[in-house]
Design a protein around this ligand. Structure first.
Ligand code: KG4
Ligand code: ZN
Length: 340
């Protein structure tokens, strides 16, 4: 089965072709970073307008690269949520109408299910069941993935997501948007133990996260040290260590609680080297298998949507005729047969 995947939930237009037998055939990404940079964050209206401009040309590009045409498609999968309503509407409208015009099924994909399955785009693919740590710009969640389509959230952030915290601290330190990767790069130049920040919510039981207090602690320290440029890298390092350590402690607890033997990292923050290293240590210590996607599939992309869509289309699922999106859509609402 050949499936076209369309990702447009935020500031990246991702288009891919995934074949159930041959795997990923094409994967194109257009990032809107240059458009949003001057505003220091994603401007939803500008994001929607740009997805309108980029989606169809990228679909044509994927088909051209693979010497395929629209008639070869067996299904179209698009991100239907969670995300920015207008941005989601662009991908959903194009995807749903294209499928209708071709007489093939369409599938509304959950963006976080896409992230969760992204490690399966490159070998070795994790087998179910596993514990997933979803860490992106919008989510920080610990999820039991019992089998395909069955997900239980056992911990999540009560305020900022991990990626959001990276981006906000980066902005505070004057780094360009999107700050997560820039902050991580700066942290490699920082000296260990120059500063120490709290590991929020690790001193009490439970698997939930909170990053807003950590953000305040960093802001106060930055102010108190007179915002001296020579302290920037040290602060970045201490923040990254605190964030990663917090996530490690919660993952360790979740593994102990669930007794699961596989851990999957996914979402933009799973590209973070310090986080990967901490998780490698944890996996050795607990003798569990660790999986994370190649860097290009950590952040938003069309390949993960095409893969998730293909799996569901193969189970006989399809989206209704209405063009519908769900800007808020907990992953735990999914099950094997439900679609929107
Ligand atoms: O998954 P993603 O592309 O989009 C969402 O679904 O939110 O994640 C983007 C987030 C941003 O907050 C970005 O700063 C963060 O992932 N990110 C990183 C790194 N690469 C991306 N954070 C820390 N270290 C990185 N290397
Ligand atoms: Zn994402």
């Amino acid at each position: 089965m050949l499936v076209l995947g369309i990702e447009s939930s935020c500031d990246e237009t991702g288009i891919a072709l995934f074949d159930s037998d041959k795997g990923l055939l094409a994967n194109e990404l257009y990032s809107q970073i240059d458009i949003h940079r001057e505003f220091g964050g994603v401007v939803p209206e500008l994001a929607s307008r740009d997805h309108i401009v980029k989606t169809v040309p990228l679909i044509k590009q994927c088909l051209k690269q693979t010497n395929l045409d629209l008639g070869n498609l067996d299904g179209v999968a698009y991100t239907a949520g969670p995300g920015l309503a207008g941005a989601l509407m662009v991908g959903a409208a194009i995807g749903r109408s294209l499928a209708f015009s071709l007489g093939v099924p369409a599938l509304a994909v959950h963006h976080m299910e896409g992230h969760l399955l992204a490690p399966m785009l490159a070998p070795p693919a994790p087998a179910f069941p596993f514990l997933a740590l979803l860490v992106s710009g919008g989510h920080t969640q610990l999820v039991i993935a019992e089998k395909f389509g069955h997900y239980q959230i056992i911990g999540e952030s009560v305020d900022d997501a991990a990626g959001e915290a990276f981006d906000k601290i980066a902005a505070l330190l004057g780094l360009a948007y999107p700050g997560g990767p820039a902050l991580a790069a700066l942290a490699t130049e920082g000296e260990a133990d120059s500063f120490h920040f709290p590991r929020p919510m690790t001193d009490r039981p439970g698997l939930d996260f909170s990053f807003s207090g950590l953000k305040t602690a960093v802001a106060n320290t930055w102010r108190d040290c007179g915002q001296r440029p020579e302290q920037k890298a040290n602060i970045a390092r201490a923040f990254e260590e605190a964030a990663v350590d917090t996530i490690r402690i919660k993952c360790q607890r979740a593994l102990k609680q669930t007794q699961l033997k596989r851990l999957v990292l996914a979402g933009g923050v799973s590209a973070n080297q310090r986080l990967r290293h901490a998780m490698q240590q944890l996996s050795k210590q607990r003798q569990i298998e660790l999986f994370y996607p190649p860097a290009e599939f950590c952040t938003d992309n069309g390949a993960m949507i095409a893969l998730a869509g293909c799996n569901r289309l193969m189970l006989g699922e399809w989206a209704e005729m209405q063009i519908q999106v769900k800007p808020r859509w907990p992953i735990s609402e999914l099950n094997e047969t439900e679609s929107i």
